[in-house]
Design a protein around this ligand. Structure first.
Ligand code: SF4
Ligand code: SF4
Length: 290
């Protein structure tokens, strides 16, 4: 049953990204988008098959994909001079020039979340590569408020608007390269330093504009982390302890509810750690973990 679900997940990702790759590369007359979205689809799709075939190596496979896709995106961003961060999305909207930043935002943060929640965070985000490598065991408080992220979004929207009034923010110009470097350094430093004091994945949980937006759509995702064998749960709390986003996974299991938390990044760490096989990334609830 796990294999059947994995084939469905993998095929969905593969078909969706390949269609996106062809459509966007034709519309933009740029083959880089074929590589970008095609690469994402191939990696993301085959990851699901590989994880199902080698469940013991699920996290090694997922990290390999995250590191490969994250590095590919960072390299592509440098080559085509596009900052895939939220500021560039705002600049695209203000100038009417659509670059990979706005396209990726639309695909990865508005459409994919309706299928797989915040899966982009655990499979392709280049900041996530750094945060996975530096992740510790710092405790996370129960405060799930996303207010800091929405304030941060407001600051970015305002700042980029003011900047775009003084000059045309064209990708690839020296000043845009400085913004690219400064913004990414800011994210990485805040993420690493604040996580030491305020708990794991601080930036992702509290500030990231992308997860704040995609989290709204993730609630309606078709695929979610799903309790499969609720009666077998021994309350060992291993799922809670391993969750990098501080989600009370066991509570969802006990209530037999699918995890629709806006911060779930679909990393499947809780799935892999559960000694009773109580969890699965699935499209519907039921006894499917065997
Ligand atoms: S609930 Fe599970 S899949 Fe979601 S972030 Fe936590 S460990 Fe990852
Ligand atoms: S790891 Fe599995 S058995 Fe342990 S509390 Fe979580 S769901 Fe229950």
């Amino acid at each position: 049953m796990k294999l059947k679900t994995a084939i469905l997940r993998g095929s969905t990702l593969l078909v969706f990204f390949l269609c996106t790759a062809v459509t966007v590369s034709i519309l933009k007359a740029n083959l880089w988008y074929l590589l970008l979205f095609g690469g994402m689809g191939l990696f993301a799709g085959f990851t699901e098959f590989a994880i199902a075939m080698q469940p013991d190596k699920a996290q090694i496979i997922r990290r390999f994909v995250l590191f490969s896709l994250g590095t590919m995106l960072a390299t592509l961003a440098t080559i085509i001079a596009i900052n895939f961060q939220f500021s560039e999305v705002c600049f695209n909207i203000y100038t009417g020039v659509i670059t990979g930043a706005l396209i990726q935002f639309t695909v990865a943060r508005l459409i994919v979340p309706l299928l797989f929640g915040n899966i982009f965070c655990s499979r392709a985000c280049w900041d996530s590569v750094i945060f996975e490598l530096t992740d510790g065991k710092q405790k996370i408080s129960n405060n799930d408020s996303k207010l800091p992220a929405w304030i941060f979004i407001g600051v970015i929207i305002t700042t980029t608007y003011i900047i775009s009034q003084s000059f045309v923010p064209k990708a690839g110009t020296p000043i845009m390269r400085y913004i690219f470097i400064a913004e990414n350094l800011f994210i990485i430093l805040i993420g690493i330093i604040f996580s030491k004091f305020f708990g794991r994945r601080f930036y992702c949980r509290k500030l990231c504009p992308f997860i704040a937006v995609s989290g709204l759509f993730a609630k309606f995702a078709i695929f979610k982390i799903t309790p499969t064998q609720v009666d077998k749960c021994t309350s060992c709390q291993k799922c809670n302890n391993i969750c990098p986003m501080g989600i009370d996974v066991m509570d969802y299991v006990k209530k037999n509810q699918r995890i629709n938390h806006p911060n779930c990044i679909m990393c499947e760490k809780c799935v892999g750690i559960c000694p009773q096989n109580c969890l699965l990334m699935d499209y519907k609830k039921g006894k499917r973990g065997e």
